[in-house]
Design a protein around this ligand. Structure first.
Ligand code: NAG
Ligand code: NAG
Length: 573
């Protein structure tokens, strides 16, 4: 155990200790947890007030010196002793809490098992729990049970927080969550806690057995072979790739998708945003109805402009209504998404943080580029880079001679140049234009001829437009550009994976159902969205065409030559 780099990076942020190569709870903590696990007759913990005393004892046994939020004690007492019904509270203290204590007792062994398996999951790729630092791409796979134990640590405020700020890590303990219902009560805050409590009830009556992956994705700033680099303005403006299908839903919700898709989290650069504080908008709601997302807050530091986080497999446990101050937990939700071969529920959530309060700045070229690249970073599939590497045995690719071999090799496979984002398909070797091919792609090929993964679309909405104050028309177009680029990338990878020598054969385009589904949430300025996007598709614009139009509009907006929205500017009638 002690040699593991991964464990060394995360150990200062975990409550357990490493002693002669095993992970342990300090013995006093074990005593405390054992008492709790035997129920209120042994522990005397039968109210929120006493629960908080137990939490304080556990914290003392761990020598956690950081003080908790003022009024955390009152918050726990208020929730369990006043807001929760008698019946529920009795069940909580007699069944749920003991079972959570038992789960905590298993944390060291769950971590052991986790690290034992971590090297074998993805054929040598590191998947162990660790801090995935800034400017580092990487993935962590956690079992749902281990996640349950980690979130229970948050509930008991057992994570040390001293070094978190220095590492740009978000809040992780629940003390502010509870304190805030006491210091400034709001119904939505109470209901956020209800969602999380419901999650604990669910996992203590039936522990889910799958796993969740947390991936930090990166568009590399430097020119690194086989990595997708950070596109520049010219890249977007010259892109000859056609735009993907665009569907509009005025009343649907992103999280209600029943088929596998990439669902956008309108994230804060600190993942989770105000989920464990007072926040209650899109990201925070997602984090309380799919609480396993919270585990990512433990080890994923603040995102930079060229970074995004993808979480695959987080199960939904709660149903809700409303938004922000009207948010309400309305009961259990049974998530029936299918499970992939690694045991992950097929829910992919992509956290991308928009510019905060950009004002007129959002029309500047550097901001258009930042937002488009951020969305693209969220959408693109980092893992397929490895696939690409396998396909071409990159191990051998080190010197110039090999590089030439590689070029001739990849030339045969369609001249895909992987050290920059995929732009115009230069290897196209028949007469048909890519636009024609993709426009024919609604024709569904038979199921067996394709991999279901190729079908994944993007489900999004008014990213960065609520609390962050972005322009919804601008943001929707930006996401369309990024999504179209992603679709092209997936297509090329599909061809590579199947070792198809001429990747741009028509039937591969037909087999592909690329789309972006945009939920407008009734946003008034987007009421003509279908007409505008259909018009653009009808005219067969490329990514470059649309980018250039958006740039022109933005520059007029900056010079105050126009103050209408992009849709009206583009199609005045
Ligand atoms: C209390 O909550 C309300 C609504 O959530 C908010 O507007 C107000 O600023 C909060 N007050 C304090 C002192 O945090
Ligand atoms: C979620 O709650 C809404 C509103 O109460 C209800 O209409 C819907 O059927 C519920 N969905 C599930 C899956 O329980």
């Amino acid at each position: 155990m002690e040699k593991r780099e991964e464990l060394i990076s995360i150990l200062p942020f975990l409550p357990v200790v490493l002693q002669s190569s095993s992970l342990l709870w300090p013995s006093q903590v074990v005593e405390g947890l054992k008492a709790l696990s035997r129920g209120p007759e042994h522990s005397e913990v039968d109210s929120g007030e006493v629960l908080f005393l137990a939490i304080s004892d556990l914290r003392d046994s761990l020598c956690l010196s950081e003080s908790l939020a003022v009024s955390a004690a009152e918050g726990y007492a208020l929730f369990f002793d006043e807001l929760m019904s008698r019946v529920e509270s009795r069940k909580w203290f007699s069944e749920v809490l003991p079972s959570l204590a038992a789960l905590l007792l298993r944390l060291p062994s769950l971590l052991d098992i986790h690290y034992q398996n971590a090297d074998n999951l993805l054929g040598g790729v590191k998947t162990g729990l660790r801090i995935i630092g800034p400017q580092e791409a990487g993935i962590v796979f956690l079992s749902q049970e281990l996640i349950g134990a980690l979130i229970t640590c948050s509930f008991f405020c057992l994570f040390p927080i001293t070094n978190r700020d220095a590492e740009d890590l978000p809040d992780i303990n629940f003390n502010h969550l509870f304190a805030s219902i006491y210091t400034n009560y709001s119904e939505s805050q109470e209901h956020k806690i209800k969602c999380i409590i419901h999650y604990f009830e669910r996992i203590s009556s039936c522990m889910p057995t799958g796993c969740v992956s947390f991936e930090r994705k990166l568009l590399s700033g430097k020119h690194v072979p086989f990595s997708v680099s950070y596109p520049d303005t010219e890249f977007w403006s010259k892109s000859a790739i056609p735009l993907c299908h665009f569907e509009v839903s005025h009343s649907g919700l992103i999280e209600d998708q029943l088929c596998e898709s990439l669902e956008v989290d309108f994230a804060n650069k600190y993942i989770g945003g105000g989920a464990l504080r007072r926040g209650c908008v899109q990201e925070e709601i997602r984090f309380v109805i799919n609480p396993e997302l919270i585990a990512g807050m433990l080890f994923l530091p603040c995102m930079a402009d060229n970074e995004a986080i993808e979480i695959f497999g987080a199960e939904r446990f709660s149903n809700y209504t409303g938004y922000a101050s009207s948010f309400h937990f309305v009961g259990d939700y049974v998530d029936e998404k299918p499970v992939d071969f690694m045991g992950r529920q097929k829910t992919r959530i992509v956290a991308i943080d928009a510019l905060c309060s950009p004002g007129m700045r959002q029309y500047r070229p550097e901001c258009l580029l930042r937002e488009t690249n951020k969305a693209f970073c969220g959408f693109f599939d980092q893992s397929k880079q490895h696939l690409y590497q396998e396909t071409f045995q990159v191990e051998a690719f080190c010197g110039d001679k090999n590089a030439q071999e590689f070029e001739s090799h990849s030339g045969k496979a369609g001249s895909v140049q992987m050290d920059r984002p995929l732009s115009s398909p230069e290897g196209l070797n028949d007469g048909a234009s890519i636009a024609e091919l993709i426009n024919k792609s609604h024709i569904e090929l038979s199921r067996q001829s394709k991999d279901p993964q190729d079908d994944i679309g993007i489900v999004t909405g008014n990213w960065g437009c609520g609390a962050f104050g972005g322009d919804p028309e601008l943001k929707s177009i930006i996401q369309w550009l990024a999504a179209s680029q992603f679709v092209m990338q997936s297509l090329v990878y599909t061809c590579l994976r199947r070792r198809i020598k001429t990747p741009f054969e028509a039937h591969w385009f037909k087999a592909f159902r690329p789309f972006i589904l945009y939920c407008t949430f009734g946003e008034e300025t987007l009421r003509n969205m279908e007409q505008v996007t259909q018009w653009i598709l009808l005219h067969e614009w490329t990514i470059g065409d649309l980018w250039n139009m958006l740039s022109e509009y933005s520059s007029q907006r900056l010079k105050r030559k126009t103050n209408t929205g992009f849709f009206t500017w583009l199609l005045p009638s």
